[in-house]
Design a protein. Structure first.
Length: 256
C-alpha cells in the first residue's frame, strides 16, 4: 500500500448582498433631490469555517486512516519534517535542512509517497530522494545548475514500483520528465515538456507541480505555468486538456 500527499488549497467565499433604502419625503422638508439613487453594500456575516463541520465528526479522527504528511516551506525553522501517522500517532519522522547544504538554495517538501516496502520517495525542490525506514539514503538526485544562471528544481517524484521513479525537473531551457531506475542506474524515459514562455530562471519555480504516471502508462501532467492539466498517452500524444489555473496536483480518481 502506498500513501500519497496531495497539496490542496481551500477557498471560502463570502457573498455580499446589497439593498437600497430610501426615506419618503416628509411634510415641511425639502423635496428629495433628483438623480441616481445611492446604495450601500451591506456585507453578509462571514461564517466561521470551523462551523462547516458537525460538532461530532464521523470516524475515528486521526486513527481512521494511516497517512504520511508534511508542512511546506516553513522558513521559520532550520529543518523541514515528514511525519508518518499510524493508528492516530506519529510513528516515524524524517527531516531535511531548510537550506540545502550542497547548493545553499532553499528546500521545500513537495511530492511524497511511501512505497509498499516502507521506503519513502519525496521531492524537495533542490532534488528528490528515496530513503529507507531506517532513514538511510537509498538514492538522492540533485537538481543541477542551468543555462539561466541558477538551479533547476524538482517538485514531482512518484515511485512507479520499488525501483523506478517518475519525476519532473523544472528548468532552463525547458522542463524534462524522466523515469529513472535506481537499481540499474538508467534513465528509461525522457521527454521535454512545454511551459510558459519565455523560460527564464524566474519562471523555473512555477513550471510544474505534482504530476503522475498512470497505471496504464499514460501521464497526467500539472502544467502550473500554463494553467492546465493534460493527459498524455505513453508516446506523449495529448489526449485531453482541462483548464486549471495555478494547478498544484493532478490525480486520477478511481472512477476516472
Amino acid at each position: 500500500m502506498r500513501y500519497s500527499l496531495i497539496a490542496a488549497a481551500a477557498v471560502f467565499t463570502a457573498v455580499l448582498g446589497a439593498c437600497g433604502v430610501h426615506a419618503a419625503d416628509s411634510p415641511g422638508t425639502a423635496p428629495a433631490t433628483t438623480g441616481p439613487a445611492t446604495t450601500k453594500a451591506a456585507a453578509a456575516p462571514v461564517q466561521d469555517p470551523r462551523t462547516f463541520s458537525p460538532a461530532v465528526l464521523p470516524g475515528k479522527g486521526l486513527g481512521e486512516h494511516d497517512f504520511i504528511f508534511t508542512g511546506e516551506f516553513d522558513t521559520r525553522k532550520k529543518t523541514q519534517t515528514i511525519s508518518l501517522v499510524q493508528g492516530g500517532k506519529v510513528t516515524w519522522t524524517y527531516e531535511i535542512p531548510t537550506t540545502d547544504p550542497d547548493t545553499k538554495q532553499l528546500s521545500e517538501y513537495s511530492d511524497m509517497h511511501m512505497c509498499s516496502n516502507g521506503d519513502v520517495v519525496f521531492a524537495y525542490k533542490t532534488g528528490w530522494r528515496k530513503v529507507g525506514h531506517d532513514k538511510q539514503t537509498i538514492y538522492d538526485y540533485k537538481a543541477p545548475k542551468n543555462a539561466g544562471g541558477g538551479y533547476n528544481e524538482c517538485h514531482c517524484a512518484q515511485p512507479i514500483d520499488n525501483d523506478r521513479v517518475f519525476f519532473i525537473e523544472n528548468g532552463v531551457p525547458h522542463a524534462v520528465a524522466r523515469i529513472y531506475n535506481i537499481k540499474t542506474g538508467k534513465v528509461e524515459m525522457e521527454h521535454t515538456l512545454d511551459s510558459a514562455e519565455p523560460v527564464t530562471q524566474k519562471s523555473v519555480h512555477g513550471e510544474f507541480r505534482n504530476s503522475r504516471r498512470l497505471p496504464n502508462g499514460h501521464y497526467l501532467i500539472a502544467h502550473m505555468s500554463l494553467g492546465k492539466v493534460v493527459e498524455f498517452d505513453e508516446n506523449w500524444n495529448a489526449l485531453y486538456t482541462i483548464p486549471a489555473p495555478s494547478v498544484w496536483d493532478a490525480v486520477l480518481l478511481k472512477n476516472g
